[in-house]
Design a binder for this molecule. Structure first.
Ligand code: G3I
Length: 323
């Protein structure tokens, strides 16, 4: 088939998804979702600053739209996310809460947000980006106040209030490095508390050539597979959760061809690992990608160009996810 998710399902896997921001008068993206994706991730709508901007004041209007859309269109939904250091309002970060109070704040947030969608979310990113590049813990308000126990505590609470598959999610863990080992350590830590963790999300914000903000071209398929195995072999599912593969802009036909190969390699690495259940790209059209706004001079990272045309990357990705 010429549908990403249908091809991947024929290969026996579960879903191909995209991050999504609903925009007024944007009609092209819903059509592409219908054709190519069977899962969505709300790009920003479920983050803490969007859902609990002040203490115990919950705002779910935006988030609800995605959950309802997924239900109406029979899509899976990767819910994103419950506990993160970023897009966390100042009332949490600067509140100087003690251990006990911060845990109760975490529980109230998870109870209200995850509990609201108890049976609706297919997956939850329970904890997002807890690690530094060297594999040590990031000094977030969660870690400095509660210690590493905040991870099992968050997963325990998520399991209490949600039926979703529970994921730890991070970036720069695709090349089987010290940070990947950190993710494996987290899986073991959570399990050592007797708490459920179902999967690890590999964000996969990658590059197809060396750029000022990336370590270099794509890791080899072998390395990608080894990184997936580093956690999958501990008995959890794995998924690519935020794929984009950037380049130095402007794009040229030669660079787009290299990018197409890179997408193919990523898809093949997932297919080669039994427990890799699905892949999500971080946006549909290059028109709205977060990359150029954050990494000046880089971009063109997605499967569809700014005019919604399928790029060589689309065909490379499609080829890679066919058995
Ligand atoms: O909505 C406001 C708007 O009202 C305001 O005028 C404008 C001015 O800055 O900001 C708008 O909010 C922006 C929001 O995106 C919605 O567009 C934020 O500034 C901006 O920081 C935010 O960026 C998001 C970023 O996460 C924040 O960390 C990106 O869209 C989103 O793609 C990105 O996604 C993250 C994942 O959640 C976690 N992994 C990394 C990934 C890429 O950074």
């Amino acid at each position: 088939p010429t549908s990403l998710y249908k091809a991947f399902r024929e290969s026996g896997r579960s879903y191909i998804g995209t991050a999504w921001t609903m925009r007024a008068n944007e009609t092209a993206e819903p059509k592409i979702i219908k054709q190519d994706f069977n899962s969505i991730t709300p790009e920003n709508a479920q983050k803490w600053e969007s859902t609990e901007p002040s203490r115990n004041n919950f705002t779910f209007e935006d988030s609800d739209r995605y959950v309802e859309y997924a239900k109406k269109h029979s899509l899976q939904i990767r819910c994103h996310n419950l506990v993160w250091h970023s897009q966390l309002p100042a009332w949490v970060t600067d509140g100087k809460f003690d251990n006990h109070t911060l845990i109760s704040i975490m529980e109230n947030h998870i109870k209200n947000l995850a509990g609201r969608y108890r049976k609706d979310c297919t997956q939850w990113d329970v904890v997002n980006e807890a690690l530094n590049e060297d594999g040590t813990y990031r000094e977030s308000v969660w870690y400095t106040t509660i210690g590493e126990a905040y991870l099992p505590i968050a997963f325990k609470l998520a399991a209490k209030y949600s039926k979703a598959k529970l994921f730890y999610n991070d970036y720069n863990i695709e090349s089987n490095n010290a940070k990947t080992a950190g993710a494996a350590r987290i899986v073991k830590l959570i399990k050592s508390y007797g708490v459920r963790i179902d999967g690890v999300g590999y964000q996969a914000h990658l590059a197809s050539e060396t750029t000022p903000t990336s370590g270099g071209p794509l890791p080899s398929q072998k390395v990608l597979e080894a990184a997936l195995h580093a956690t999958a072999d501990l008995g959890v599912d794995v998924a690519y959760t935020e794929i984009d593969i950037r380049m130095n802009t402007p794009a040229t036909p030669a660079k787009l061809a290299v990018q197409a190969e890179a997408y193919k390699t990523v898809a093949k690495s997932c297919l080669a690992v039994k427990r890799c259940i699905g892949m999500t790209v971080w946006g549909i059209s290059d028109k709205y990608s977060w990359i150029p706004g954050v990494f000046a001079g880089e971009g063109a990272a997605l499967l569809f160009d700014e005019d919604y045309n399928k790029k060589p990357a689309y065909y490379g990705f499609l080829a890679g996810l066919k058995k």
